[in-house]
Design a protein around this ligand. Sequence first.
Ligand SMILES: Cc1ncc(COP(=O)(O)O)c(C=O)c1O
Length: 396
Amino acid sequence: MTNNSQNIKKKISKDFIKILKNICGKKVSPLHEPFFTKEEKKSLESCINSTFVSTKSSLIKKFEKKIATYTKSKNVIAVINGTSALQICLIASGLKAKEEVFLPSFNFVAAANAAVYCGGTPHFLDIDAKTLSVDPIKFNNYLEESFIIKNKKCYNKNTKQRVRAIIIPHLFGHPAKIDNLVKIARKNNLFVIEDAAESLGSFYKKKHTGTFGDLGVLSFNGNKIITTGGGGAIISNRVSLTKKIRILVDVSKKNHNWKFDYYGVGYNMKMPGLNAALGNAQIKSIEKMVKIHRLIFRKYKTEIIKSKFFDLVREPVNSRSNYWLQNIILKDQYYAYRDYLIELSNKNGYLTRTAWTLLHNLNHFKKCPKSNLDTSANMYKRIISLPSSPSLINKK
Ligand SMILES: Cc1ncc(COP(=O)(O)O)c(C=O)c1O
């Protein structure tokens, strides 16, 4: 290491730890903790007292209605987690074995796994640096060059396989350029699933994320902006899809009081009442949570603009982001210090991490088809996720 890079290392570390100390104080700071009030205990206790702790609980419908009202969507189906919600959406899209599903490589692994559960193949797309989701211009060009429409179906010219759907995520809570993306997908006869697992409380052009495509997915995992312990939901504005999904997430049983007959294979993925009880209490604070997360962003911003090494991932234009998880971006020339900074901050009790390993680099997805992924690679090497818990506002 040269004297110059030793010098930079010293300065960048000093700045990074100072930022974290000023936001997090001296206590150990996890990446994202849930936030509870007395309401959750009351709601859980009442669910236990009712004895309906599983999938027959009336609290599930109540939770679904609350999410539908908040997102202004016609139907919400609560399930056991966001990953199974994605799987069910792909089944509902009609995905067949070997068919391809577009999704970005810069992504949590759930969407790619869900495609594989259905016998499908993930097909990796590049992102745009501002939204960190699918880049509409690159996507459109890629479709024009490498795909063909036959009988209103989209085919990959290279693999000859049909591409059935696209899964568009709103990562870290920041809305994708969803209206453009949906337009391009429609033009190419693709089924659109929005992965809004991280973006409850995020709106694009005043419309809630997850409500633009054919189906949307939410996650209520313990690390999300509100939690049901484990849980997820499917947002659907189409009656026929909703009916199909309600059957799939159950055991596909035909409605009869005492006889057992089934429409087909069911997945038994309904959210249990206990989880819905937690959700009914949590959803009351969604706007408060968004306010707190936006405040945490502003605090980081105040600190980060004092340093020449970093920038922050910011809310894209035309949107209101829930700012669920804060991320620092190393300016291009400093990316090589990423792992050192993460190691150092973790040693100091600030639990930072890299973005997800690009999916096309994982051994089990290496052979999957992909577009050029330059922006994904560039952002991956520069991003560090920062402690973002609501408790940071009252800490120190
Ligand atoms: C973008 C994204 N998609 C899907 C999921 C899957 O959600 P779950 O953990 O509830 O299965 C997650 C969650 O962690 C996520 O971050």
